[in-house]
Structures are given as C-alpha cells and as structure tokens.
Design a protein around this ligand. Sequence first.
Ligand code: ZN
Length: 475
Amino acid sequence: MVKKIIKNIYPTIKSKRYWVTFCSAFAAALTVILVVFYNTTVNAYISPFTPLDLRDSTDNFEEESTLPNNFDASEIAEAEEPAKDNVYHIEIKKGDTLIKVLTDLGLEYQEADRLFNSIKKVFNPRDLRVGQVLDIETHSSDEGYLKVKSLRSTIRTGEYLEVDLSEDSSYSSKIIKDELTEEMRLVDGTINGSLSSSMNSNGVPSRIVANFINIFSYSVDFRREVKKGDGYEVIYENYLTPDGQFVKSGDIVYAALKLGKNKFELYRFKNSAGNVDYYNEKGLAMKKTLSRRPMAYQSSRISSHFGRRRHPIYKDVRVHWGVDYPAPTGSAIYAAGDGVIEAAQYRSGYGKYIRIRHNSEYSTAYGHLNGYARGIRSGVRVKQGQLIGYVGSTGRSTGPHLHYEIIRNGQRVNPLTVKATASENLSGKNLANFKTAVAKVKDTRNKILAEKNGENKEEQLVQKEVATPATPSEL
Ligand SMILES: [Zn+2]
C-alpha cells in the first residue's frame, strides 16, 4: 500500500514545480511558528523583569519604548520560569499615580486599591513627588495571584514610608522618622541691597529671614533705618538626620542688627507661662507695647482724658488728642518705646515738644515740656525707658503736666485703650532663667565664632605657605 502511494506521488515529487510550492509553504509555516513563539516568550520575559519599560507613558513617549533596548534573546530562556518574588526600584514620573504604578507591575486593581488604602492611613499617596523612589518587592502565590510583599520609600529627608504584607495577607503601613540632631547655625553679613536679599544670598532660609524681620519690626523701621553697610547676625536651630542631611530649620535663638553705630541684640526666651518672646540682654521685651505712662512720677491721676472735653482755657468743647498726666515740674519723661526722635522743638500750643517714631505704624508725642534731656534732638535713636525730657507747662497749659499722644498710622489714638502687644519685661525667676539662657547662647556663639576663625586661620596658613617666596639662600 505504501509502495502504491509512493508510486503515485513519485512523479509529482520529481516535478520541479512541486518543489518550489512545497518549499514556499514550508517557509511560510516556519515563519508563523517563529512569530508565535517569539511573541509568547517576549511577553513572559517582560512581565517580571521590566515592568517599567512597559508602562505606557503619554508625556514621555520618545524616551521609552515598549521593548527594552538591550533585548537579548538568550535571556528569554531564563525568564521562562518566572521567579515568585521580584524587586523593583521605581522612580515616580509626571502623571504617575500609586494605583497606576502598582497595576503596571501586574497587580489586580483590587489588590492595588487595598495597598493604597493602607498607605492612605499614614501618607496621602497623592503626595507622591515626581522623582520619589518606591522600592517594591512583589510576591506571587502558587495560584499566580500577585501581591506586594514590601514597599519602602523616602517621603522626605529623614522620613520614610514602610509597608509590609502581614501573615493574614493584610497590609500594614507606617512612617518611620529619623531621630534628628540639632545644630546651631550662625550666619552674619553686611547688608547690601535689602536685608532679606542679603540674608538669602548668605544661605539663610526664607522662613528664618521672615522671622528675623518680624522680631525687629517693633523696634526698627526697616525701610528708613537699614542702610547699605549695616550688619546682621543670626543664630538659629537646624535639624539634621544622623548622617548630617538638612531636614528643617527651627527657631532663631539670637538675632542682632548693627545699624550705624548701634547694635541691637535679641535673645529668644520662653517664660514660665510658656510664652515665647525676644528680649534684649537685660530682659526687656522688644515686642512690647508702648508705655501708657512714660514717666518717672508714678501716680494714677489723669487730669484730662482722650476725647471730647470742655477746654480749660478756651471754655468750649474740643477734642483732646492725648492724655494729661499731672506731675511736678522737672520730673523725668521716658521714651515710650524704642525709636528715633522725629522732632524735639517748640510747637505752638504743645510748647516744648518731642515726637518719637517707633516703627512704620506707631509714633508717640510729648508736650508742655520744661526742657529736653541731654543729646535729645531730631534723628537720635532712643531706647524704651530712656530719659528724653522733663515735665513742664510750656505752650497752652494750665499747670505742670505731661501731654502724651500715641499716633497710629498718622492718627492720634487713645493711649489708654490702644491695643497693646502682650509681652512684658522679664523679672524674678523668669529673669534669672533668662540670664542663664543668654549665657548659654553667648557660649555657643563664641564657640562657633572661634571655630570659624580657626578655619580662616588655617586657610590663611595654607595661603601663606604657598605665597612664601624662596629665601635668597635658596636662589
Ligand atoms: Zn493735653
């Protein structure tokens, strides 16, 4: 029978036409088989090892191809037996979401969502930054169901997200924080342009610059008083990771401004009531209210209040723009707050008159003076409590008293009701604790400065060695 078939076919096989047809058909079949084989193996290869390259990216398509560039057919063989656990190092790209990253790894949507909800309890997955790295280990069960075994990510310097798969197949997420070390940083410099730009260019964080200006805002009028060539110094806390990476800045512990010949130094202090404020070395609060009664003569008597009144001389109803404090002629008048003397001159009804500009918001005025204290003239800087003049009865006055005004944004306001800031000067135990704190800051400051000088000296020494010319004997 076989013989019979061969006998029948043989003549056909012998024909040239038959062989051409046969070879073409065989080649075509082989191609189909190869293509099918190639596709299946490539898919098997890509899924466990190169999930990122498969992730579809609409904003970055030029840089990514669906197949790895270094595709090597020899690796196909290795990939045919998929490993159960895989490790991925994924960098978040623009447009990525956690769900997308996880489903791209091959996770079912439900599984990815479970993980998302676990993470959400400690960290909002929508806060993932572009460039943030996720180290993910996946595990596929015997049934081929894919889960995340662990996920690690640095959220920010010194702060880490850790997710682990529990034995009961639930996810547990937590945030681990580095124990931070505190360091004192001292920055000093000369003001060139604005204070903030000078500090910024010296590496002081914007938050610290803003706090610095705020601390001094009650005693310094930055627009008018700070000039090119003035100096500043600030010591503030820095928080670092154990390996010395900057995490955040803390509080300013010392702030100094050198305006011309005047140097203003402020120290941070938390009093026993827990209030934080800045004080000068003597414990006087800088952010404090203007005195309501800026004089030595202490009596609660007020001869005339602020507001409408029947005028003692003109005998009609007029507005009294200040408060009158009766006191013996010649008793001391003090500056109600730090500031600059704006006027110290005779002014019609006021008689001998002083006006002090304290900051961009407040000025105070003093009338009917008997005389001015030594050195008090326009342009001179005064400190709160400094003697500026003496009680008298010059101008339109019925007897010795101080006429006192507080001017806010150009408007005279009632000195007894103007809203005052709460800070008080330090006394008693607070003052004692403050002095200890000041001594500590000074000590820190000296140490930092000594270190800085040491470094400078070393630099100078190196330069000297290089610059030393050869002695004549060596020539
Ligand atoms: Zn008055």
